[in-house]
Design a protein around this ligand. Sequence first.
Ligand SMILES: NC(=O)c1ccc[n+]([C@@H]2O[C@H](COP(=O)([O-])OP(=O)(O)OC[C@H]3O[C@@H](n4cnc5c(N)ncnc54)[C@H](O)[C@@H]3O)[C@@H](O)[C@H]2O)c1
Length: 385
Amino acid sequence: MTHTPIGTALIGCGNFARWQHLPNLARLPGAQLLWLCDHNHDLVAMLGDQYDCQSTTDAKDVLTDPRVEAVVIAVRDDQQAELCLAALAQRKHVYVEKPVGNSPQQALSIAKSATHSGRQVAVGFQKRCAPAYVKAKQLLDADGGVRNLSLRMVDDAWRWASGYPKGALLALDCCHLFDLARFFCDSEVAEITARRSRPDDDAMLLQMENGAIVSITLSGHGTMDMPKERLDAVSMRGGVCVEDFCELRAYGYPEIEPIQRFAGASHPDYPLLPRYLLAEQGASGLASIRRIAWQLRQDQAAGKLNERYDAAEIESFITHTIPNFLRDQGWLSAMEGFLQACAGASTNLNIARAEDAWAAQIITEAALRSQCDQSTIIIDHKPSQ
Ligand SMILES: NC(=O)c1ccc[n+]([C@@H]2O[C@H](COP(=O)([O-])OP(=O)(O)OC[C@H]3O[C@@H](n4cnc5c(N)ncnc54)[C@H](O)[C@@H]3O)[C@@H](O)[C@H]2O)c1
């Protein structure tokens, strides 16, 4: 069913939004992109021209425009909660990036404000909408649900997160994994033990209320050529492994295709080839792209591109090939689900809500305490209660 497009604005046009939310909002039929807002005047003016919409450096312009029904917020964690509450106060629907704030209290205020205003709030835990994870969950649930889950996230945060303090990865990015633990196990976390070998090298064990267990490996000290994410889950008698969102291997499930591959993220500015390479070759296709992109970046850093006749092509390839954005992590689906919810339509997409952000913040706080005290933390305050 088609709906009148939702008048939409994007606040925060940084690196991530330019690769995902902005092109997605511009092409999803459920959205009419009206405004872009960013503190960076030149950037937002340039993008406003490119996407044929109004631009501003002041979020008030966006929030006071009655044509704007929904606001997508992708600034940084220290400002997202405030903007989200301001948007809800103006009765806008909100899609807010993770982490929504720095404390459970901020996430709780958002959940309360969403209920009070009757508006939709979606949170950027969109990995639950990634096609490979949607399929994995279906298979696991059909075999009695997850009993033992292992989640791994290893990347080169030492490069991309250089503006954040050392050790910030647990608060910034692990919230995705806490959300996936709750989502895949259909349970709240009862207790958590977290340890680190050095800042941004963490291991965690989560005991879920329903008896399932989850182990998490988190590191920001990898390199671009390493596979970033992996999920291994055991159900009643069998299980699945998902490698970097593009290859699912199912074990012990009769009549299920044992290896399933998933196309890369759909993106108007990417060449089509990587998308189809992931669909054809799965994890090995992505591994090749990772290795090539990493090697060429090394060559660039070492000044080896200078004498090459194809230096300009390689520079362009390096700029436009960010392997982590090639994987379909559910960005487009989650945004589509949000727009459907704003239009009052039913959606079978399992988008994350303010309560999920609240739960993730509680777990983050407990993990940090566990590391600090070298103890196991019992989580006794749960959003579902
Ligand atoms: N869900 C995901 O998969 C995913 C992936 C990457 C990043 N993120 C999240 O997206 C958010 C943005 O990340 P990024 O890497 O693009 O950061 P970034 O620093 O590149 O971009 C942030 C942008 O917001 C602008 N900004 C900051 N405060 C503002 C304000 N009050 N009003 C208007 N503009 C403001 C900045 O000028 C900047 O352009 C972060 O919360 C990050 O955690 C989510």
